[in-house]
Each structure stands twice: as structure tokens, then as C-alpha cells.
Design a protein around this ligand. Structure first.
Ligand SMILES: CC(C)(COP(=O)(O)OP(=O)(O)OC[C@H]1O[C@@H](n2cnc3c(N)ncnc32)[C@H](O)[C@@H]1OP(=O)(O)O)[C@@H](O)C(=O)NCCC(=O)NCCS
Length: 182
């Protein structure tokens, strides 16, 4: 069954929050006690972002039978930097993909691939030459997905200096949009 990809609206925030919570903060053991709080804060954050409709920001969703099964955000913004770096340092703005998630029961059907393809088209329509994202080095499935789509490692760093999990910054060059392209 094919999914439909479209831009999210404020009314979708609750379903998107459920997908993000399920994919990035799966409930288990004592952690389940935090689940209502995680859901509420994801929901509030998303609702605010979607209502504001910032320029050069797009939240996409994949729907099957009107149910959100996957999501991704793409925006022109500075790279998210570790909390310990001073915030006054100038950072270039670039196209950055975040929050790519597909519900476990709908995985390996090409939904993430379709969401990324739409994100790349969005970046091209913003006349951007490349697109970037972070992935944890131990997230083998996601790394395989990005590699298969032509993303390459630009650099690798740790969450904290010398310790912590390693993550990669991936980059993909995008062809320029030719006038008249859909
Ligand atoms: C990573 C994730 C978004 C992939 O979603 P998906 O819809 O299953 O991905 P697709 O079906 O589009 O996969 C396309 C290709 O990527 C690769 N791939 C995707 N998931 C994979 C996995 N778990 N193991 C190995 N390869 C994988 C495969 O090459 C796959 O093609 P194939 O199914 O024909 O072999 C999903 O597993 C997820 O939500 N994970 C939790 C959140 C997360 O890690 N997000 C990424 C943060 S950087």
C-alpha cells in the first residue's frame, strides 16, 4: 500500500508526536512513567512550530489511510551544536534534516526513502546545493538508508568531548532545479 506524503498542519501535531515518541523514546520499564510527559512536550513543541509556519521550514508526513506513519523535518538553519559550545559563535545556515521517523510496523516499505526524496525536492526549490543531517554512528539501519541515497560522511564527532556516543554529519549534493521542473 502506497503512502501519501504531504506537508503537516497544526492538526497533525498529536499524531506526529506519537510517531516521534514511539521511534525515539520507546516506552520500556520505568521509562514508561515519563511517556505522558514526553508526548505532551513533543506535541506542544510541534504545534507551536506548525502554527508559526517559519520560512524555510517544512514538516512532512507520510499517511496511510489518513493515519500518520512517518515524518521528517527539513529547514534552513544553523547546525545544532552541542550544549557546551558557546551560543554566540556565528554558524552558517544550511539545509538540515531532522526527526526522520517511521512507525515500526510500517518500516522497510520505502517510506523513509520517499520522505527524504521530498525533503531533497524542497531543498532544491529553496535553491540549495546540498542537504545535511546527523546520524548516530551505531544506527546501522539509518546509515544504510542514507548511504543508499548518496549521503556521505562529512565529519564525525562525539556527543561530549572525548566521551559519549559518536555521531556522523552526512551531506548530499543536490542537482540544481531546471526551470519548468515540477
Ligand atoms: C531509519 C528509519 C527512518 C527507516 O525507515 P524505513 O521507512 O523503514 O526505511 P525505508 O523502507 O525507506 O528503507 C530504504 C532502504 O534503507 C535501508 N534500510 C532502512 N532500514 C534499515 C535497517 N533497519 N537495516 C538495514 N537497512 C535499512 C535499506 O537499504 C532499505 O531498502 P530495502 O528495504 O529495499 O533493503 C526507521 O527505521 C526509523 O524510524 N528508525 C527510528 C528513528 C531513526 O533512527 N531515525 C533516523 C535518525 S538519523
Amino acid at each position: 500500500m502506497d503512502s501519501l506524503i504531504r506537508s503537516a498542519r497544526s492538526a497533525d501535531a498529536e499524531q506526529i508526536a506519537c510517531v516521534l515518541a514511539e521511534c525515539f523514546h520507546p516506552a520500556s520499564g520505568l521509562g514508561s512513567l515519563l511517556q505522558p510527559w514526553i508526548l505532551a512536550s513533543l506535541h506542544n513543541e510541534l504545534e507551536r512550530r506548525l502554527a508559526r509556519q517559519p520560512a524555510y521550514h517544512s514538516c512532512l508526513i507520510a499517511l496511510i489511510d489518513d493515519t500518520v506513519v512517518g515524518t521528517v523535518e527539513v529547514a534552513v538553519r544553523p547546525l545544532p551544536e552541542p550544549w557546551w559550545l558557546p551560543s554566540f559563535i556565528h554558524r552558517d545556515r544550511l539545509v538540515y534534516v531532522s526527526n526522520l521517523a517511521v512507525r515500526p510496523s510500517w518500516r522497510r516499505r520505502g517510506i523513509a526513502r520517499d520522505l527524504l526524496a521530498e525533503s531533497e525536492r524542497t531543498a532544491q526549490h529553496w535553491h540549495q546545493a546540498d542537504i545535511r543531517l546527523h546520524v548516530m554512528a551505531d544506527n546501522a539501519g539509518a546509515l544504510q538508508l542514507y548511504r543508499s541515497l548518496g549521503y556521505t560522511i562529512e565529519n564525525s564527532e562525539r556527543e561530549f568531548p572525548l566521551i559519549g556516543a559518536r555521531k556522523h554529519l552526512l551531506c548530499k549534493n543536490l542537482p540544481a532545479v531546471v526551470c519548468g521542473d515540477a
